[in-house]
Design a protein around this ligand. Sequence first.
Ligand code: CP3
Length: 359
Amino acid sequence: HPPQRPAPQPDQTNRDSAFLKTMRRESAPHTPVWFMRQAGRYMPEYRALRAGRSMLECIRTPELAAEITLQPVKAFGVDAAILFNDILTPLPVMGLDLDFVGGVGPQIANRIETPADVDRLGVPSSAETMPYTAESIRLVRRELDGRGIPLIGFVGAPFTLASYAIEGRGSKTYDRTKRFMYAEPAAWHRLMGKFEALLGDYLEQQVRAGAQTVQVFDSWVGMLSVYDYRTFVKPATDRLIQRIRALGVPTIYFGTGTQHLLPDMASLGTDVVGADWRLPLDEAWKLLQPGQGIQGNLDPLLLQAPWRELKPQVDRVLAEAGGRPGHIFNVGHGLLPETPMDNVRRVIDYVHERTAKGA
Ligand code: CP3
């Protein structure tokens, strides 16, 4: 699926922000910081806005999605905003019955069990089925542009979305996903192809609406062996990423538990690769392509630790990054609901202060 229209004009807004400079691997005034799941239940302003409203209602109402996106920008001075949405939002438009169940997480009532279920999935135009995403992006950009803060758009990767579609919920071992992948390889590849088409279209819609960087979340791909990644996942993910790269916006590819997969993930050629906390950042960085940046990699649980433990570990991550251009400071996986806001604020201020260049 090559882009049907010419790539959008390059967006020059906030081109010299610390975040976008770092995405280009240029030297920046300080190491940029943002946190996956930076908008969420650990913030009282988020809980207040969510009260009496479902997750999907907030995502589908641009004014609400825009306001939640801005909450961490206003509270902490993060270097980038990430659109408030979810990687699972495209599932309902394909015909999968998604609900976010409080205290349980996402659930899909009619999960994929057979090849015929794959063939029933629709691949409709995202502009028609998810117009609220583009509208939310336009609203957020109006607020962010004056603050000098760029906006990150995102999708889930084909494997990670397939894992929810097949398991019907989160999993620790992905048994159903692997059983389907091994037993029904032709249907599996058709499923990857459907996600590739829908997600590529959706990301293009996000970029045209004003997303200045995109992150592809392959959160659970680390469950696969190198062989299975190459055989069952890499081809469709590669085509998806090449399609986004052709749009001219910088890209991030992220997963967890991916030490063994980093060279393969890096070979897809995104500007930045996300790493979780398991490997020291300098060792993870060596596994990437020359010229590629890295995002990470504080254990999100450290944001619940006392400052006497948290501070030296922030120092350690910064030392592993070694002041080289191309490091985006982040957690190795999303912030958790128990995270104290004070620690979030303190880490952001501390990273800015420690890495500030000049006066
Ligand atoms: O990062 C951000 O702040 C932007 C918004 C965002 C959310 N989910 C909001 C959300 C993003 C980028 C995501 C991505 C996402 N969603 C991923 C990939 C990142 C990762 O964590 O690996 C995954 C796997 C999901 C699927 C998902 N959504 C799960 C497993 C859950 C339930 C777990 C939980 O924390 O409750 C969600 C719900 C969800 N998505 C919430 C938020 C703020 C919590 C909903 C609530 O307020 O109750």
